[in-house]
Design a protein around this ligand. Structure first.
Ligand code: ATP
Ligand code: MG
Length: 232
């Protein structure tokens, strides 16, 4: 797909493969994702959607091929710079992955603590982001006392509190009722409007249909040809 000339690819994949033993989870993926794009990665179960997201933040290494993230070559990045790479990403995992023994506030503040930010700033930013997701009153609650939709809002807060350039979400609405799913999507769209690149792996075709964005299809680990931008 041709991009307008002012668009910069923030993520580039060239001939990327990911193998698990004899299983080819991803085969020969070539893909550019542009700054401030809103992208859906879709395809049947086992197609390689989650694997593709994991490769981007070096949750796992590619078996072959090149991945560039904001100019960083993931195959060559030094161990020392991996935290620098990870800070570019906010990640929303499929099953929230909140720490059950820590409060909502502490789940979100951990990210900023890991960045070495000052305590008074951390408090301010966490309260602000909890307000954004509508959970300012629940800061001292433990995650398991919240509904699924609320837990996912905490996961969104945690993913965006460090103001990452790229937001990755793996089935962010998978286990939610339509109304909670709509709230989560609205939060992701709002973060996108702040200038971020947003990449969502999902089966949820109804949601894709309701949301403006590029749709990338995977099947058996391969990218399906993409319609050009001006195809209706
Ligand atoms: N750690 C692993 N070890 C071995 N095989 C794996 C591993 N992770 C993924 N796979 C396999 O790679 C393929 C792609 O898996 P992946 O989780 O990326 O699919 P997916 O598109 O996210 O599916 P779903 O929609 O069910 O989440 C599957 O066949 C899966 O079994
Ligand atoms: Mg998956």
């Amino acid at each position: 797909m041709m991009a307008p000339p002012d668009q910069q690819a923030i993520i580039r994949l060239f001939g990327v493969h990911r193998r698990y033993g004899a299983l080819n989870a991803l085969t020969d993926i070539g893909l550019d994702i542009f700054q401030n794009e809103f992208v859906f990665i879709t395809g049947p179960s086992g197609a390689g959607k989650s694997t593709l997201l994991k490769l981007l933040y070096l949750g796992e290494p590619a078996s072959e091929g090149q991945i560039l993230v904001d100019g960083l070559n993931l195959a060559r990045i030094s161990r020392k710079r991996i935290p620098d790479l990870r800070r570019r990403f906010g990640i929303i995992f499929q099953n929230y992955r909140l720490i059950p023994t820590r409060t909502v506030f502490a789940n979100v503040s951990l990210v900023l603590e890991a960045m070495g930010q000052k305590e008074h700033l951390i408090r301010k930013k966490v309260h602000s982001v909890l307000r954004t997701v509508g959970l300012e009153d629940r800061d001292s609650a433990l995650p398991l006392t919240l509904s699924g939709g609320e837990q996912q809002r905490v996961a969104v807060a945690r993913a965006i509190v460090g103001n990452p350039q790229i937001l990755l979400a793996d089935e962010p609405t998978g286990s939610l009722d339509p109304s909670s799913a709509g709230v989560i999507m609205a939060l992701l769209q709002r973060y996108h409007r702040r200038g971020a690149t947003v990449i969502i792996a999902t089966h949820d075709h109804e949601m894709i249909g309701r949301t403006r964005g590029r749709v990338i299809r995977l099947e058996h680990g391969r990218l399906l040809p993409q319609p050009t931008a001006d195809t209706p």
